[in-house]
Design a protein around this ligand. Structure first.
Ligand SMILES: *Cc1c(COP(=O)(O)O)cnc(C)c1O
Length: 446
């Protein structure tokens, strides 16, 4: 069975461009999306799809062991396997946050650890699809004019692009806002030999530049306005449902910046709804940092108006975006399904992240935004104690160790370290060490 897929206008659902064309926007300037021939996919039963996808999940048959490529029929059905560039993305731990949930008053709380992956963020899910398709266009001779791949980034997209391009042997160019990403995120594209441009602007400025840079199509544009990335990222919601033996959780909370990921989450769930694999879409909350909250403001206006803003500094630097590219997709899905938007201040996100860390997690600040939003939604009664809740953790905490260190050592400007646990500097004497140990045990068990 051959399954067809093509680009179409995301706003109107019309038009058709082949996936092998270089096209990022519709003639009217709107975003594209990848459409799938759902009628053909429905030829296999819902049970048939579940069985097929389960049979591949985290097994050994390359590339199907990947959480993304295990669902190839619903991602890029027709790419030859030998052109796929996979670093075994997806298949990440769904952490049962039993203790944190209990402390918060939730019985059934889970954290999807998307940051436990090759480059330490969920961006790997989308980048494997995009770089595979570019690799295919070049290797098949369909687009011999492509010389490399470029992106603007708040740090994680560039790390993923650099790694996948390095694995495939393709030149990568990344545009970063100078001084606004973490040292680990800067180091990643350097190590993977990408041309790394640190520019005196913010993310939105880099985004404008990269669109000009890629306009002549010699460099393929890898930002999430490129709808190929959404095809990989959409598998996260499907994978969560699969990890619950195909049961739909009540809530999914997801941090949002450029808003590609929340759009992708909805798209994947809508598609498996159409295939009869699930029978409802969960409540979704998109969570923003107060410093960069244009979607939250639009939501609070009753979706009447969306006003781009200049994003302010935030620990959640990967979502420091004031003019999100995928806002129309995100707003359409949130409105259609009654999704909500929540926000978190710097104090709230830092404390939420640290509180959850004390129960065995190791969160990045973006996950902190989602956890802080969770706390607010539980306390306001929006999320009920018995409901099954999944928080999408978007990156590994180790990529953001500076923010975490500043919190614990009391040097994070404007934030009080409610849960700070600074290192104790002691004389090397048995008495001092023993006293510290007893004090710690008392505090931990209290
Ligand atoms: C990219 C990113 C986000 C935001 O995803 P969008 O698709 O831009 O909304 C959140 N957290 C982390 C760690 C990211 O890298």
């Amino acid at each position: 069975m051959r399954y067809d897929a093509w680009f179409r206008d995301a706003d109107t659902g019309t038009g058709r461009w082949e996936l092998d064309e270089i096209v990022y926007r519709s003639p009217g300037g709107g975003l594209l999306e990848v459409a799938h021939d759902l009628e053909a996919l429905k030829q296999r039963t819902d049970a048939g799809w579940m069985k097929l996808w389960e049979s591949r999940y985290k097994r050994t048959q390359w590339p199907f062991s990947s959480g993304v490529w295990g669902k190839k029929e619903l991602v890029l059905p027709n790419i030859p396997d030998e052109h796929i560039v996979s670093l075994d993305e997806g298949g990440t731990n769904l952490f049962w946050a039993e203790r944190f949930g209990r402390e918060l008053g939730l019985k059934d709380l889970w954290v999807k650890q998307c940051g436990v992956s090759h480059t330490g963020s969920f961006k790997d899910l989308g980048m494997t699809v995009l770089v595979s398709q570019v690799n295919h266009l070049i290797k098949s001779g369909k687009q011999p004019g492509i010389l490399g791949v470029a992106c603007a980034s708040t740090g994680d997209t560039s790390a993923a692009l650099a790694a996948y391009c390095a694995a495939a042997g393709l030149p990568a160019v990344v545009l970063l806002p100078r001084g606004k990403i973490s040292p680990a995120q800067l180091l990643q594209p350097l190590a993977n030999n990408a041309l790394t441009l640190a520019l005196d602007t913010d993310f939105d400025g880099c985004m404008r530049l990269v669109q000009e840079l890629t306009a002549d199509r010699k460099l393929y544009l890898a930002n999430s306005m490129n709808s190929l990335r959404v095809e990989g990222q959409k598998t996260v919601g499907i994978e969560v449902v699969q990890q619950f033996d195909w049961e739909v959780p009540d809530w999914i909370l997801i941090p949002g910046g450029n808003l590609g990921n929340v759009s992708a989450l909805y798209k994947g769930l809508e598609e498996i709804l159409a295939l009869g694999i699930i029978n409802r879409i969960p409540h979704i909350a998109c969570c923003q940092a107060q410093a960069a909250n244009p979607l939250y403001r639009a939501y609070k206006s009753g979706w009447k108006e969306f006003i781009p803003m200049v994003a302010q500094p935030t620990q959640a630097s990967a979502i420091r975006i004031g003019d999100p590219v995928s806002r129309s997709k995100a707003m359409r899905a949130l409105m259609k399904h009654g999704g909500i938007v929540e926000e978190a201040s710097e104090q709230e996100l830092a404390d939420a992240s640290a509180w959850a860390d004390r129960t065995g997690l190791f969160n990045c600040p973006h996950t902190g935004v989602a956890l802080a939003s969770l706390i607010k939604l539980v306390r306001s009664g929006t999320i009920k104690p018995h409901e099954r809740v999944v928080v999408i953790s978007t990156a590994h905490g180790l990529k953001f160790s500076e923010a975490k260190a500043a919190y614990h050592t009391g040097t994070l400007a404007g934030v009080i370290g409610t849960y700070a646990n600074p290192p104790l500097e002691l004389p090397a004497s048995t008495g001092a060490v023993y006293d510290a140990v007893m004090h710690h045990i008392e505090r931990t068990l209290r």
